[in-house]
Design a binder for this molecule. Structure first.
Ligand code: AMP
Ligand code: GLY
Length: 435
């Protein structure tokens, strides 16, 4: 089988590792944006191209007789790369353009739930002009969130208290969004703890993965600017220490409702990974957003724990037979930490050398935004390298991950607190307080 991975970050390195572990006979290909040495070593061919150009990807798929494609990032999905590849007879893990709107259009996702499960939506309203903005802000008071209604790499969302400190600042941000020509959503700010629950979906059936908590802020103590995600953890029981069993079930039910609603809308069904971003609140689990793909870093936690042949799962998704598959994950906790360039996320340094020579467990090492140049590992300007460790407890996995990440040399920093007992307990206590 010729398998194409689109994307070249640490998530895609984790996908390639999982594909490589499969006993199926396969040749791996990758189309990405950097010469990721992890992907280089696992793939027969890795080309750096514009991954938002469907034609380039389709031509490559034909030339290399690709049978199965796995799409990592959101932009190619939003551009309809799955539609292009499917029309050539390629099996694709990743939804069609219409269905990827669950991520690429925040108003689409809210509308879908307003019709099927309105209780999971925060109070919200979609705007295309300033008409009614002031009135709605007054209704929400001091707890509000303003979101650009499209893909913005996590940078289109501004939260009151964090990024916006008054209605005046809110109005100015709305004005900016209108000038950009986009619609936007204003919604109630949800108070609680965030978590990610991803499910494999074949259009009808879902298989849920362990819940994961990401850390978006750049610095220890959940301080500083938002990033793509600095690190993640998951627990041995596949829930999280601050969640009840009921809350995990609620999140799973929300993903199932989303899949059923998408199937009803399109007739075809959503084939890929449905990633629900949730907030556990005092009034139940609420929906923050949907992603149409595996999370980054979340993919590294769940694919490291995956105890089932990944190619078999991918074919279960594309062939609509996921229900017949028994999918299991190791009953272990996992911690993933990212080493990022100094200055990240606002002014990351680039083109500096780093070294992962001293890493002890190469299986836990995942390369992201780095390039191999003249045999040197060079920073390419975003999150650079991630390490994953598993153990029987989160604290034990954290201790290993922390030791390992300190073995990476170069002008980098990472969050020391992700997965530590102190931070996990803070989250548990936060939920106790608000419940
Ligand atoms: P999104 O791009 O929708 O995931 O938003 C990015 C981040 O903004 C989320 O991870 C949350 O931390 C925050 N956020 C988004 N919507 C809300 C909301 N309604 N209430 C509180 N925080 C939110
Ligand atoms: N971890 C956040 C994301 O993948 O969008």
């Amino acid at each position: 089988m010729n398998i194409l991975i689109v994307g070249s970050g640490a998530r895609e390195h984790a996908i390639a590792k999982a594909v490589n572990r499969s006993t199926a006979k396969k040749t791996l290909y990758c189309l990405g944006t950097n010469q990721n040495p992890g992907l280089q070593s696992l793939c027969f061919d890795l080309q750096t191209i514009d991954i938002n150009n469907n034609k380039t990807i389709s031509d490559y798929a034909v030339k290399n007789k690709i049978n199965l494609a796995i799409i990592g990032p959101e932009n190619p999905l939003a551009n309809g790369v799955s539609d292009s590849l499917m029309s050539l007879g390629v099996k694709v893990v990743g939804p069609t353009k219409d269905l990827a709107k669950i991520e690429s259009s925040k108003s689409f996702a809210r509308k879908l739930f307003q019709q099927t499960m309105p209780d999971v939506n925060p109070k919200h309203s979609v705007f295309e002009s300033m008409n009614g903005v002031q009135r709605f802000l007054q209704e929400l008071g001091s707890d509000f969130v303003i979101k650009y209604d499209g893909l913005a790499g996590g940078k289109g969302v501004k939260v009151s208290g964090d990024h916006l400190h008054s209605h005046q600042e809110a109005l100015e941000y709305c004005d900016q969004l209108i000038k950009k020509g986009g619609s936007f959503i204003i919604e109630e700010k949800l108070i609680g703890e965030e978590f990610s629950l991803m499910s494999f979906c074949d259009g009808v059936s879902l298989k849920h993965m362990p819940a994961v908590q990401d850390h978006k802020r750049a610095f220890d103590g959940d301080l500083g600017p938002n990033t793509g995600g600095m690190g993640t953890y998951s627990d041995a029981n596949h829930s999280l220490p601050f969640l009840t069993n009921g809350e995990i079930k609620e999140a799973q039910k929300i993903n199932e409702t989303a899949a059923a609603a998408l199937k009803e809308k399109s007739g075809v069904g959503y084939k890929g990974v449905l990633y629900g971003g949730f907030m556990a609140t005092s009034t139940g689990v609420k929906l923050i957003e949907y992603n149409a793909r595996l999370g980054d870093p979340e993919a590294m936690n769940v694919l490291t724990l995956l105890d089932t042949d990944f190619i078999d799962i991918c074919l279960g998704i594309t062939d609509g037979v996921l229900n017949n598959k028994k999918i299991s994950f190791l009953k272990k906790a996992s911690v993933c930490k990212y080493a990022v360039p100094n200055g990240y996320p606002n002014k990351p340094i680039k083109e500096k050398e780093i070294s992962t020579e001293k890493i002890k467990n190469k299986d836990g090492l995942h390369f992201a935004s780095v390039n191999i140049k003249e045999n040197k590992l060079m920073l390419a300007g975003s999150r650079a390298v991630a390490v994953v460790a598993t153990a029987s407890t989160i604290a034990a996995a954290e201790a290993v991950a922390e030791k390992e990440i300190c073995n990476i040399a170069g002008p980098l920093f990472h969050r020391k607190d992700i997965g530590t007992t102190a931070l996990v307990e803070k989250k548990v206590n936060h939920m106790k307080e608000i419940r």
